[in-house]
Write a protein that binds this ligand. Structure first.
Ligand SMILES: [Zn+2]
Length: 234
């Protein structure tokens, strides 16, 4: 989840473009301690940092919880409880958009925090999943753009894998085939994400090749356009 603020902060946008291209690049002189004060959130960070099983991404690259924990460390991103309901009923970072360019930079000195839903405080597994999910967003894996259903799918998948959660499920959905993301959102009652665009421009070529050879309707599971019952053949 992310909260989006619109503005015309062009000088801020320039800063954001520099920072997203630094994904996983080590910063000289970075702190050795994460910018997290609360002991429970710090424990969640430690568990994330201890995750070393590679997660396969859409483009063949891999990512671990350790990579994400180190990203938080190296960028000095604070992680705090959302006591002021910045995110409503959820966890988020605030995304600032100027035109079609969106970053997590508010223009004030210092990195902006990840806000964590306080009711997660007594559920460490969920906290670790949330921290992975929200940190993945902060890396802006598809560039300085608005969020998409595709980005949410991967944020949830990474969160579930690092925390060994059984929800959401992913095996039945090919996120590169148009239509499956809609089905995945519906099947997991994540209706808030319907408003997001389906794909970021950066993965358009992968989507195209995944859909190649399929006509518009063959590529969409029948359930996605409401004819699942009639469409189901024995
Ligand atoms: Zn999200």
């Amino acid at each position: 989840m992310k909260k989006i603020m619109l503005g015309s902060l062009m000088s801020i946008v320039a800063l954001g473009i520099v920072s997203y291209s630094a994904f996983f690049v080590k910063t000289a002189g970075a702190s050795t301690e994460p910018n997290i004060q609360d002991p429970t959130l710090l424990e969640a960070w430690g568990r994330l940092d201890n995750h070393h099983d590679p997660i396969q991404l859409w483009d063949g690259q891999t990512l671990t919880g350790h990579d994400l924990a180190q990203y938080l460390l190296e960028h000095g991103i604070p992680v705090v409880w959302d006591t002021e309901h910045v995110c409503g009923d959820g966890s988020c970072s605030v995304l600032y958009c100027a035109g079609e360019t969106c970053t997590y930079e508010d223009g004030e000195p210092g990195p902006d925090p990840i806000y964590v839903y306080p009711t997660k405080a007594d559920d460490m597994q969920s906290l670790v999943a949330t921290l992975a999910h929200e940190t993945f967003h902060r890396t802006q894996p598809f560039g300085a753009v608005l969020g998409t259903r595709f980005e949410e799918y991967w944020a949830f998948l990474i969160g579930a894998q690092v925390s060994q959660a059984e929800w959401p499920t992913f095996a039945a959905y090919d996120p590169l085939v148009s239509g499956y993301l809609t089905l995945w959102i519906r099947d997991h009652n994540l209706a808030g994400y319907y408003r997001l665009p389906e794909y970021p421009a950066a993965v358009a070529p992968l989507v195209e090749s995944a859909n190649r050879g399929l006509d518009q309707f063959n590529s969409i599971p029948a359930e996605a356009y409401g004819t699942g019952q009639e469409g189901a053949k024995p």
